[in-house]
Design a binder for this molecule. Structure first.
Ligand SMILES: CC(C)(COP(=O)(O)OP(=O)(O)OC[C@H]1O[C@@H](n2cnc3c(N)ncnc32)[C@H](O)[C@@H]1OP(=O)(O)O)[C@@H](O)C(=O)NCCC(=O)NCCS
Length: 213
């Protein structure tokens, strides 16, 4: 599914690169959607003190411009010195807007962007019945582990490149840019997050105008 197809389904929603101005609203949304325990998850160990993978922090906004959905993906390695992969999460939608397709739109756009940016694998810890619709399963995560407690049947992966997880093993390691480190590149014609963005200088969406649905 691409941005045009999603736009037909959710005409009042835009999905854009998250900017610094979105951070407070995103955090309020995450507290509302997931509660305070969200900060104790094993995934948090791989995210703390890091920036999201370039171009892969997205927010959904409603017609008023309010943040109603969020998803971010993080650079990790599959075992010490192992191949690069992405860890997805948290994904959350404002409870008032649940069930309207925003979560699916965020997932489909994030997967498409990750693939376009050349990533090979996305991992996450989450509800298999939800993430199966996007192609995630636990079939190839048996030799991998999170750096902390997690439920094995919720440790899921999607290969963006077929066979990318063959032989992968070990504990996931954080590999993202550290907070405070400068963005790697400042290219791009579209979808710039702007000077205050965690995605500054990175394009992610449609070929003209602002990155929107
Ligand atoms: C999970 C979440 C992101 C889904 O977003 P959403 O915009 O409500 O989802 P969509 O509208 O795209 O999809 C709705 C469908 O997903 C299903 N679904 C939602 N959450 C589900 C779950 N945890 N397990 C299985 N199915 C789920 C709904 O039943 C619905 O199914 P249908 O299409 O057959 O009717 C959202 O409910 C949320 O923010 N939940 C709280 C935070 C959270 O749990 N995040 C995920 C961490 S694993």
């Amino acid at each position: 599914m691409n941005v045009e197809e999603i736009a037909k389904i959710l005409p009042d929603i835009v999905i854009v690169a998250e900017t610094r101005a979105d951070i407070a609203a995103r955090e309020v949304l995450l507290d509302r959607a997931m509660g305070p325990k969200r900060r104790k998850k094993s995934s948090e160990k791989l995210r703390r003190g890091r920036r999201p993978s370039e171009g892969l922090a997205l927010v959904a906004r409603d017609a008023k411009g309010s943040v109603v959905g969020t998803v971010r993906l993080w650079d990790v390695r599959l075992g010490e010195g192992g191949p690069a992969a992405l860890l997805l999460g948290p994904l959350a939608v404002d409870p008032a807007a649940k069930g309207t397709g925003i979560g699916s739109a965020l997932m489909r756009l994030a997967i498409a962007e990750a693939s376009r940016l050349g990533h090979r694998v996305i991992l996450l810890v989450g509800d298999a019945p939800y993430y199966a619709r996007f192609g995630f399963s636990a079939a190839k995560t048996g030799q991998l582990a999170m750096p902390g407690p997690y439920e094995r049947d919720r440790f899921l992966a999607l290969e963006l490149v077929s066979g990318a997880l063959d032989g992968a093993k070990g504990v996931l390691k954080a590999a993202g840019r550290k907070l405070g480190a400068p963005a790697r590149r400042a290219d791009s014609t579209v979808g710039k997050g702007g000077a205050g963005s965690e995605n500054a200088g990175v394009s992610f969406a449609r070929p003209t105008g602002r990155a929107a649905l």
